[in-house]
Every structure is written in structure tokens, then in C-alpha cells.
Design a binder for this molecule. Sequence first.
Ligand code: PRT
Ligand code: MG
Length: 217
Amino acid sequence: MFRFALSKGRILKDTLPLLEKLGIQLEDDPEKTRKLIIPAHMPARPDLGIKATDFEMFVLRATDVPTFVQHGTADFGFVGKDVLLEHGADGIYELLDLHIAKCRLVVAEMEDALPRTPGQPLKVATKFVNIARQYYAQKGEQVQLIKLYGSMELAPLVQLADKIVDIVDTGKTLAANGLRATEHIADISTRLIANGATYRREHAQVMALMNSIRQQL
Ligand code: PRT
Ligand code: MG
């Protein structure tokens, strides 16, 4: 039996069809049920070297997925690279890029931002404070980080911050708020991750599952 941490929201929408293609049948619809643990079953696939496998699917807030996998409470997880970078990959193996829920992590500011007064620390609002801290440390730039939990795009509009570090996909949200991306930090997509101990203990099974997922992409 494996326990699998699924990210709610956007990623769930894109990963449910993948589970279906793999033949993993969930006993409840994670988008409808209030249950937080959903039993699931994958029939044997001798062609892929996979034995019949039972799963327990945890339906989690995306940001909590690495925590469950790191502690071994979940063996596997589907999670955005942004969330993984922010959390840190201690005890976690990144097995596969699923190439879904693709987006970019960028620095953005007002289109009409004035040149900054030298000597004043840059104020950056973001929910990715660890990523932002690392990014600006590498650049050797002093910043004051302001932690937000959503709607980062508002911060420069109301002078809470000079810049934001945020996810961009189409760029429509930035444009609609008079913002533009000025620096690219990372390309983001959904990853299959595994707990380090599970990876070592169940290596053959983990590899078989990883390869079967890769085949479906
Ligand atoms: O909302 P909550 O805090 O619970 O979790 P979450 O925001 O992490 O969940 P969700 O479902 O919104 O996103 C989950 C994952 O999807 C993220 O961790 C990313 O890996 C990935 N992803 C892909 C995105 C986007 N595309 C995206 N566009 N996550 C967020 N956005 C936001 C972006 O921040 C912007 O504000 O969507 C808005 C619109 O983007 P544009 O550029 O298309 O206008
Ligand atoms: Mg969201």
C-alpha cells in the first residue's frame, strides 16, 4: 500500500486524468467528497512490471504536500515546483516532471514604476519568502520581504511593496493590474515527488510506478 498526497485546486484538475490513464481507480471523487483519505486501487500491469497496488489518496492544500512526503506520512506526491522550492527538498526525491500546470516564477513591478531612491531597501511582497530571500541573496541585493498569502498583485498598486515575486501564466493578471514581469526566477511545472525512505525501501516498485507515469505523459 502506498499513500499519495494530491494537491487540491489547479493541479488536481490536471492530475486526475493522469491517475485515470494509469488505471488507478479512486473510491470517491476528490473534487466532491469531504473525505480527506480516499482509498484507491491500481490493477496489476504485468506489461509495466506493476503488481496490483492499493493506495490511500490524501487530498491536501498544495503547500502541505511536501510536508507530508518529507515526513513519510505520504510516500508520493504531486506538487508544483514553486511549492517544492519554497518548502525545500530535504528527505524528498523529485522523480518526474509531469509538464502540467506550467507557469513561471517572476519578479514584477508597476509598468510605470519610478526609479528607486538609492539607499532605501527594496520592499518585495510574496508568498514565496524563502525563494525570494535566496534569489536576492544571490544577487547581493538588500530587501525587505513582506509575506502575503494571496493576491500579491495588489501590493505594488497600493504601495505596500515595490515589487512582487509571483507566479505568472498568461500574464493577464499582471497586465490587468498595470504590472509587468521584469525578472525570470524559474520555470515551474508539476512534479512527482517521493519520500526518501520509501524510495530506497521500495525501489523496484517506485521505479515501475514512475516509469508507468512517464509513459502516460
Ligand atoms: O490557493 P492556495 O494558496 O490554496 O494554493 P495555490 O494557489 O498554491 O493553489 P492553486 O491551485 O491556485 O495553484 C497550484 C499550483 O498551480 C501552483 O503551485 C503552481 O505550481 C501552478 N500554477 C500554474 C499556478 C498558475 N499556473 C497560475 N497562473 N498557480 C497560480 N497561478 C496564479 C498566479 O499567481 C496569478 O495570480 O494565477 C493567477 C493568474 O495567472 P495569469 O498569468 O494567467 O493571469
Ligand atoms: Mg491559488
